[in-house]
Design a protein around this ligand. Structure first.
Ligand SMILES: Nc1nc(=O)c2c([nH]1)NC[C@@H]1CN(c3ccc(C(=O)N[C@@H](CCC(=O)O)C(=O)O)cc3)C=[N+]21
Length: 292
């Protein structure tokens, strides 16, 4: 019997290719600009997952030739202290990108801090000015995860114009900007979320299905239209019955791969693309400053 298996959208490979290209761009621009690009990552507290992400980002920076100005603050650091640090980084000519690693400890106002980042150094693309630019279809720094999804779809020449795209999740970090980017690419966009009724009917209509909810295995094969493109943004750390830790997405990968045409793996899908887009945003701010 013939069995169908989806093609893999290989985010890890594309992220590596993008990083190689960014390294070449930096090598070429550095003599003209007189310095390398710089990214400041602010981390508060000692969430182990955040620490691991921050370390990954710093490693990626080193690989492409971006200087990282990592700053680690104790849990009890105040809002005022952090605002002062950001104000300083906004003025620092060696710094092209600033990122506040989320989540922050509860006593801090993450949105308030975000507002203090200079929009043109907002490597995460989450400042209201950059979100507003996205709404208006203007150029600006784009949120890294949805930008990574768009770049991956583009790499595999997946056409979006006129297609039914369904985004599961409505966060500021992923769902909302994702929907806007798909709309910009002329898809017919539906946003579904935790209050949506009859999710299965909605997802079964999707030519392009983007899962960004953070619920391991929420999307089962029967929810997916045969031939659909399935993008799994979920990164969930789970422990199985034998006590082993693993990373899984929002999509039941193996069964869904039997019905979809394309699917992203977890790990190795959108995670690495997110990091690649963060570096790309930093480099684009770096070039912008010098009109290159
Ligand atoms: N201000 C801010 N911006 C962020 O972009 C941000 C954040 N805060 N806080 C946490 C989340 C999470 N996140 C990930 C990025 C890459 C991988 C990644 O590369 N994952 C690998 C696996 C890594 C592993 O094995 O642990 C993969 O999917 O293949 C995962 C998660 C960015 N985040």
């Amino acid at each position: 019997m013939e069995t169908h298996t989806a093609k893999i959208l290989d985010g890890k490979a594309l992220a590596q290719k993008i990083q190689t290209e960014l390294a070449a761009t930096i090598t070429e621009s550095q003599p003209k600009i007189g310095r390398v690009p710089g990214l400041a990552v602010l981390m508060v507290g000692d969430n182990p997952a955040s620490a691991a992400y921050v370390k990954n980002k710093e490693k990626a920076c080193a690989k492409v030739g971006i200087a990282s100005f990592g700053k680690h603050f104790p849990t009890q650091t105040s809002q005022t202290e952090l605002e002062a640090v950001i104000a300083q980084l906004n003025e620092d000519e060696r710094v092209d990108g600033i990122l506040v690693q989320l989540p922050l400890p509860n006593h801090l106002d993450a949105v308030g801090l975000l507002h203090t980042i200079a929009p043109d150094k907002d490597a995460d693309g989450l400042h209201p000015v950059n979100l507003g630019r996205l709404v208006r279809g203007e150029t600006g720094l784009r949120s890294c995860t949805p930008a990574g999804v768009m770049r991956l779809l583009q790499e595999y020449k997946i056409s979006l114009a006129g297609k039914q795209a369904v985004v599961l999740g409505r966060s500021i970090l992923v769902g909302k900007p994702m929907a806007l980017m798909l709309l910009e690419a002329d898809a017919t966009v539906t946003i579904a979320h935790s209050r949506s009724q009859d999710l299965k009917t909605i997802t079964q209509n999707a030519d392009i299905l983007i899962a960004a909810v953070g619920i391991p295995g929420l999307i089962t094969a029967d929810m997916v239209k045969p031939g659909a493109v399935v993008v799994d943004v979920g990164i969930n750390r789970v422990t199985d019955s034998s006590g082993k830790n693993s990373l899984v997405g929002d999509v039941q990968f193996a069964a869904t791969a039997d019905v979809a045409e394309y699917i992203t793996p977890v790990p190795g899908g959108i995670g690495p693309m997110t990091v690649a887009m963060l570096l790309q945003n930093t480099v684009s701010s770096y070039l912008q400053v010098h009109n290159l």
